[in-house]
Design a protein around this ligand. Structure first.
Ligand code: IMP
Ligand code: MG
Length: 176
């Protein structure tokens, strides 16, 4: 087991402010429309729960779970679905909710998959945009927090499935 400590990075109060702001933008942009919100499991569960409770446009909620082949800390290009979207999305406005975008591989793959079901529109809402390791360009329509690098946990984000329940976001500092 690696030795590490958690360094506070984004407080619960700051996250709440960002989620409120994102929800206000989404409410403005989708006024008069209805939305299918799709959360990417497991990381987006807490963010999505807070976000949708601030939406005033009619929403339907669904989840997808993706698994990436290969181990290590960088997502491999090969992705498969372990829990599919169940709501019909053809002709609907879809908002994909993701916890953190790193290389961008996962999201780009899922966007391509989703577009084959012919939604009216697809936009992405990401809590964290982590730019340093981006490999593919993904259009992020709504972003809560921008960081360059670092491994973050809390508010849904995990390190080996741990720390998702922390109310704020922390950076993992690896100790020698
Ligand atoms: P991507 O395909 O490289 O963009 O990988 C995105 C996925 O990797 C996210 O949905 C997370 O599950 C995971 N991930 C990337 N960076 C972090 C991080 O800093 N903390 C926790 N999970 C991360
Ligand atoms: Mg994830």
């Amino acid at each position: 087991m690696e030795n590490y400590r958690l360094v506070p990075c984004i407080s619960a109060e700051e996250l709440e402010k960002q989620v409120n702001h994102l929800a206000a933008c989404i409410n403005r942009d989708y006024e008069g429309k209805s939305l299918v919100v799709i959360g990417i499991l497991n990381g987006a569960c807490i963010f999505l729960s807070d976000l949708v409770r601030r939406l005033s446009v009619p929403v339907e909620i669904d989840f997808v779970r993706l698994a990436s082949y290969g181990k290590g800390s960088v997502t491999s290009g090969e992705i498969r679905i372990t829990k599919d979207v169940e709501l019909p999305v053809e002709g609907r406005h879809v908002l994909v909710v993701e916890d953190i975008v790193d290389t961008g591989t996962t999201l780009l793959w899922f966007l391509d998959y989703l577009r084959r079901r012919q939604p009216e529109s697809v936009r992405i809402c990401a809590l964290v945009d982590k730019s340093e390791r981006r490999e593919v360009e993904v259009p992020l329509d709504y972003v809560g927090i921008r960081v360059d690098k670092g491994f973050l946990v809390g508010y849904g984000l995990d390190f080996a499935e741990k720390h998702r329940n922390l109310p704020g976001i922390h950076e993992v500092e690896f100790l020698k």
